[in-house]
Design a protein around this ligand. Structure first.
Ligand code: ARG
Ligand code: MN
Length: 319
């Protein structure tokens, strides 16, 4: 059966440390138009209303910036993803900062409460912080803790306010109550910039990170086979592609660039081979930020990956 892809556009940037990720979706559309592609015209899409106006006001939560707004966005994204499944469609999410990926996972779990969900996180960062451990307070560094009901108190360095904790606990119950997935069912690709509280969780829960060096040594095909092998016990797989997984030399167009990342070709092949797996139930691209770029280089590269991923999604089967 052919998958009917539906786009979910999320122009949120409140959980990033730099401004401009709200424009990522538009930068991708501009890249598409300049390339003469009909991708955006041919796919149905839903837009999620953002709360970026919160950035005009003072943040009240230093250990979880704009957490009230993040909760609102996660509810909206969860419902949006869920409504795409309800229509029998496959969600491709184009988002700003990475925090809303937690909302995507909430929406998947809401639709499939009895399925075991795995996440493939292609990223420079592990995004496993909590308000108790974050070095920055930026919530795009926390989505994987939100969906695994993780606090990581063993590595506590911050003392978040009571109001912060109330919002944090609320976030953990979006979609369905409690954890949507296990920390053990996360696989990282290209993670290379972590803090010690994240290293602790990765070690404790045996979370595998396939490094850029391994990708280069074994090739993209073999890496994808190994990644999928790790998640054989999962029923459904969500793929989250943060463009900062790619090398910072490719483009400055993302909020937290890190050297020694994937090439565009490697990222394109990895995403292609992943979405050929029939277990993949949602695919997401995040953190394109054209305001930090020269020309529209990141979005043009990211668009070529989006186009190729969508071409190959059509070839696999709905679970
Ligand atoms: N999705 C991202 N770009 N995350 C970056 C997180 C960076 C750092 N670990 C932090 O918590 O501030
Ligand atoms: Mn990320």
């Amino acid at each position: 059966m052919e998958k009917n892809i539906q786009l979910l556009k999320v122009r949120s940037e409140i959980a990033a440390g730099t401004r401009g990720a709200r424009m990522g979706v538009d930068a991708l559309e501009v890249a598409s138009i300049l390339k003469g592609s009909s991708l955006f015209a041919s796919l149905p899409s839903i837009e999620i209303k953002d709360v970026n106006e919160l950035l005009l006001k003072q943040n009240k939560y230093p250990n979880a910036k704009y957490i009230d707004g993040v909760a609102t966005m996660l509810e909206r994204v969860s419902n949006g993803v869920n409504s795409i499944f309800e229509e029998g469609n496959f969600p491709v999410i184009l988002a700003g900062d990475h925090s809303t990926a937690a909302g995507t996972i909430c929406g998947i779990k809401k639709q499939y409460p009895n399925k075991r969900i795995g996440a493939i996180w292609i990223d420079a960062h592990a995004d496993l912080h909590t308000p108790y451990t974050t070095p920055s307070g930026n919530m795009h560094g926390m989505p994987l803790s939100m969906v695994t009901d993780t606090n990581n108190l063993e590595c506590k360095v911050n003392s978040p306010s009571e109001e912060t904790i109330d919002h944090w606990n609320h976030i953990k119950n979006i979609g369905v109550e409690g954890a949507k997935m296990n920390l053990e069912d996360i696989v990282f690709i290209a993670v290379r910039d972590t803090e010690s509280p994240e290293d602790h969780l990765m070690k404790k829960h045996g979370i595998r990170n396939f490094t850029v060096a391994e990708v280069r040594e074994l090739g993209t095909r073999a890496i994808v086979d190994k990644v999928l092998e790790k998640l054989t016990d999962c029923d459904l797989i969500y793929v989250s592609f943060d463009v900062d997984s790619m090398d910072s030399a490719i483009s400055a167009g993302t909020g937290t660039p890190v050297p020694n990342g994937l090439s565009v070709e490697e990222a394109r092949e990895i995403n292609q081979y992943l979405v050929e797996s029939p277990k993949v139930c949602a695919w997401e691209m995040v953190e394109v930020n054209p305001t930090l770029d020269r020309l529209n280089t990141m979005a043009e590269n990211a668009f070529s990956i989006l186009e190729n991923t969508i071409d190959h999604l059509h070839n696999s089967e709905l679970v």
